[in-house]
Design a protein around this ligand. Sequence first.
Ligand code: GTP
Ligand code: MG
Length: 267
Amino acid sequence: MLRHAGKSASAIIQVQHTCAVTILTVILDRQNRINTNDLKARLKALGGENTPFPTDEITEFADLMQVYEGAMYEISTKLEILDSEFQVRFAHDPIHHMERRLKSVNSILGKLERKGLPLNVAAMRDNLFDVAGIRVICNYRDDVYSVSNYLSAQNDISVLRVKDYIKNPKQNGYRSLHVIYAVPVFLSSGAHYTPVEVQFRTIAMDYWASLEHALRYKTDLPDAKLTEHSQTLLDCARSLQNIETQMQNIHRDINGAPQAGEAPKAD
Ligand code: GTP
Ligand code: MG
C-alpha cells in the first residue's frame, strides 16, 4: 500500500520485500543532502567579510552538521525498522510518514542570538538540541506512545528530554510528544553522541499544527481576526482530540497492536 502524504518536498520511497508483503515507508526530506562546500560558501556569503561564525570554525561547523545528519539518519532508520516490524507482526503500520530536516544556518544563528549565546560552534553544540529534527506522524495516539517507548528502550541511545504536550497540551491547543535522543554516530575518530529532536504526533495533531503554524506567521491579519481564529483553533483541537479518542477505541477493538498510554521517561 502506498501512503501518499501529499507534500511538495521530495519523498524517498523505500521498498522492502519481506515474505509475502511489500512494505513502503515514506520519508519526506525537507531539504537536500548537506554539502560541505555549499555550506561553507553559504556561511561566508551570510557574513561577508565578518562571517557570523569565526572563520577558523567554518570547517568545524560543516563537520558537525555532517554528524547531525548522520544522527538524523540513524534515528529514522531505527523508526523504519520498528514500523516494518509492526507491519509484519500486527498487520498495522503505526507510522503514517516521517519528515526530517537539518536546521538551516540562518535558524541556528537566529536561535543562538535569541538565547543570548555566542555565535560559535561550541555554543551550538552545547545548547541547541534540535539541529537534527524528525517528525513522526502516526496513525493513532497508541502508536505515538508505543513507537516512542520502543525507540527509547533501545540500549544504544539515550533519552535526554521528554515533553508530553499530548498529556499536557499547550494553552493554544498544540499537542505532540517531543523527545530528544542522543545517538552515537561512528566516525573515523570514534563514537560521537549527538542529539536529535523527534516530534511524535498523530495525523490529526499534525493537521492542526500546520494550520496553527500558518496562522502564527500570517502577520497582516487584524488583531480581532487573529483572536477569533485562535479561539476557533482551540475549539478544533478539542474536537479533534474527541474524534481521535473515538476512532482509537474502534481501532483497539479490531486490531491487536500494542497499546501504550505513557510517554517514555528521560534517562
Ligand atoms: P524552541 O526550540 O526554542 O521552540 O524551544 P523548545 O525546544 O523548548 O520548544 P518545544 O520543545 O516546546 O517546541 C519545539 C518545536 O515544537 C517547535 O520548533 C515547533 O516545531 C513545535 N511547536 C512547539 N509549540 C508549538 C505550537 O504551539 N504550534 C506549532 N504549530 N508548533 C509548535
Ligand atoms: Mg526546540
